[in-house]
Design a binder for this molecule. Structure first.
Ligand SMILES: NC(=O)c1ccc[n+]([C@@H]2O[C@H](COP(=O)([O-])OP(=O)(O)OC[C@H]3O[C@@H](n4cnc5c(N)ncnc54)[C@H](O)[C@@H]3O)[C@@H](O)[C@H]2O)c1
Length: 283
């Protein structure tokens, strides 16, 4: 596959654009905010330079990837895309609106993928007529380093869509894993207690952010503790995913969000992206 559209140029959209461009695809990267698009290109540039410095990619590959990415504020260029990957906010209605617009802008052959962390692919697909072309492609953060991609089959997803999507993931140098359409799929379902229990320990004053992260890293062998990881993901994004899973499972207590998350979102402490979360990144 040669031409990819990406909707949303935040943490994940920019990261997926990076991966697709390195693999040789032409990428149209869309966002409703020009400022976000500018920042996304800057972030991709920084990562490409790091890749060259660490000899993970050559200067030619970096330069090729750079010229493969075209920022855009419309869906006009998406008519040539074989696949469009949506990475906008974790909100069902926003995603459904985007898919409706995509159905008008793209050819009937274009595959529509959502990078949702938790929402039902079947529910997203139900917003459009051609449901067989809708699939979940759940990349992990940061996409250029994380190998796994969950490929989620909605109720109506065709075999052709599943096969082409898995091929695309392999073309990106990633490992596709086929997953059923269930709230949070596999990885986010397993990860919920990781964050939830850490937040409860913090809320009860049992241990500090630093202590919990250190223990999980040292004793659990994890690369990052739960608070470091929430700061990387985005407190707003992680909160939205927890809420979505809680709502989709009719209030399953294991997925209940924590007030600490709501308070931090209210305060605009969203983690690394706002330079303030559980840790201070202003220096
Ligand atoms: N952050 C993570 O670690 C992570 C990991 C895997 C999956 N996800 C999922 O990926 C998606 C994006 O998450 P993110 O962390 O990149 O969020 P983000 O907040 O960094 O970026 C979202 C972007 O979407 C844009 N946007 C909002 N409405 C739009 C619209 N109608 N059309 C086009 N662009 C629009 C925003 O301007 C913003 O730039 C979410 O569904 C999230 O659950 C996130």
């Amino acid at each position: 596959m040669k031409t990819i559209g990406i909707v949303g140029a935040g943490t994940m959209g920019a990261g997926i654009a990076h991966v697709a461009a390195i693999s040789g695809c032409r990428v149209f990267l869309h966002d409703i905010s020009d400022e976000v698009l500018t920042k996304a290109l800057e972030r991709i540039e920084t990562e490409l330079q790091k890749g060259v410095e660490k000899t993970k990619i050559t200067a030619e590959q970096a330069s090729g990837a750079r010229s493969n990415i075209q920022p855009t504020s419309t869906f006009n260029d998406f008519s040539n895309c074989e696949v469009v990957i949506e990475a906008a906010l974790e909100d069902l209605e926003i995603k459904r609106d985007i898919f409706r617009e995509l159905e008008t802008a793209c050819t009937p052959e274009t595959i529509f993928a959502s990078n949702t962390s938790s929402l039902s692919i079947t529910a997203i697909a139900a917003s459009i007529k051609s449901t067989a072309r809708v699939v979940g492609l759940h990349f992990f953060n940061p996409p250029h380093l994380m190998k796994l991609v969950e490929v989620i089959r909605g109720n109506e997803t065709s075999e052709h869509t599943m096969q082409r999507s898995a091929e695309l993931v392999s073309q990106f140098g990633k490992t596709p894993v086929v997953v059923k359409d269930t709230p949070g799929f596999i990885v986010n379902r397993i990860a919920r207690p990781f964050y939830g229990e850490a937040l409860r320990l913090l809320g009860e004053g049992v241990a500090s952010v630093e202590e919990i992260d250190r223990i999980v890293r040292l004793e659990g062998g994890f690369k990052m503790g739960p608070f470091e990881l929430m700061d990387l993901i985005g407190i707003d994004v992680n909160f939205a995913v927890t809420r979505s899973m809680y709502e989709q499972t009719f209030g399953e207590p294991r997925y209940r969000p924590h007030l600490i998350q709501q308070t931090m979102v209210n305060a605009g402490m969203l983690g690394r992206k706002t330079k303030r979360g559980f840790y201070d990144y202003s220096q």
